[in-house]
Design a protein around this ligand. Structure first.
Ligand code: BT5
Length: 247
């Protein structure tokens, strides 16, 4: 679907970001991947009030009614030796910290990049890469959540209840830059220290449908989750759905 621009006159974004705000589109990720292939610059951003074909990972859907939530994609064209998966960590960490700055709510970070409140999903990330770029899309439930998920609005206190998705984005962009300024080593350490999955008992549904259970003991250089079975054997999980089990 062709994107229609929202009125940008009152919107101020941090310097260095090229933010396009649209009322409605199919998927901000699909739009930005197309723009990236056509030469869009590092730090191009598309934020939508509504997506008619919002995408999750593994061809799943991402739902949100018009105007309720943050639906945004960010383009990174790294020039350094930074691994592309670091950008998904940067966006996850930035969204977590910005939720705290704007709404006073600090969600848990679940491997690889979901944000949770009380073990319910409040945000999800979808990264799509090209040869020299990565588009990181994130949906954050601000005012609406589907059954079984969480929204920031239920946990906000005081005047920040009047703030919305674009306020969250503004704070997020500042946080993204703060994390981009970190060295690879510092970023990895920050990610691991904030990842609530480490040390938890987890159930992992692998992409081939096999379900395994064990303890999450760490993350390796490729950001794979190390899961140790009760037998002592360890596997590295690349892609999969992780559920934190209650102990
Ligand atoms: C994700 O997928 O968590 C990635 C979501 C990325 C969405 C953003 S929005 C901006 C950008 N443009 C896009 O088109 N996408 C990105 P996954 O882990 O596969 O989770 C998807 C599953 O979460 C669905 O199958 C539903 O069960 C559930 N779900 C759908 N909408 C949700 C919501 N608003 N909150 C919580 N869970 C949701």
């Amino acid at each position: 679907m062709a994107a229609s621009d929202a009125n940008p006159s009152s919107e101020h974004w941090p310097a260095g970001w090229n933010v396009r705000h649209v009322q409605e589109t199919g998927s901000t990720n699909s739009d930005l991947v197309e723009l990236a292939r056509a030469g869009a610059a590092h730090h191009s951003v598309i934020v939508a009030d509504h997506q008619t074909a919002g995408r999750g990972r593994l061809d799943r859907k991402w739902e949100a009614p018009p105007g309720a939530n943050l639906l945004v994609s960010l383009l990174f064209k790294p020039s350094s030796s930074r691994p592309l998966h670091h950008y998904t960590h940067i966006v996850g960490l930035a969204a977590r910290n910005a939720s705290n700055t704007v709404f006073g709510v600090l969600p848990d970070l679940k491997w690889p990049n979901d944000l949770l409140i009380d073990d319910r999903k409040v945000a999800g990330i979808l990264a799509q890469g090209g040869a020299d770029f990565v588009v990181v899309g994130i949906g954050v439930n601000v005012g609406w959540a589907p059954e079984g998920a969480a929204r920031l609005g239920d946990h906000v206190r005081g005047s920040s209840a009047e703030l919305g998705p674009l306020d969250l984005l503004r704070a997020m962009l500042v946080e993204v830059e703060r994390h981009e300024a970190m060295s690879n080593i510092e970023l990895r350490a920050t990610y691991e220290s904030q990842l609530s999955t480490i040390g938890r008992r987890v159930r992992v549904e692998l992409t081939n449908g096999v379900v395994v259970e064990g303890s999450a003991i760490g993350v390796d250089d490729e950001a794979r989750l190390a899961v140790q079975f009760d037998s002592g054997e360890t596997i590295a999980v690349d892609v999969g759905d992780v559920i934190h089990l209650r102990t």
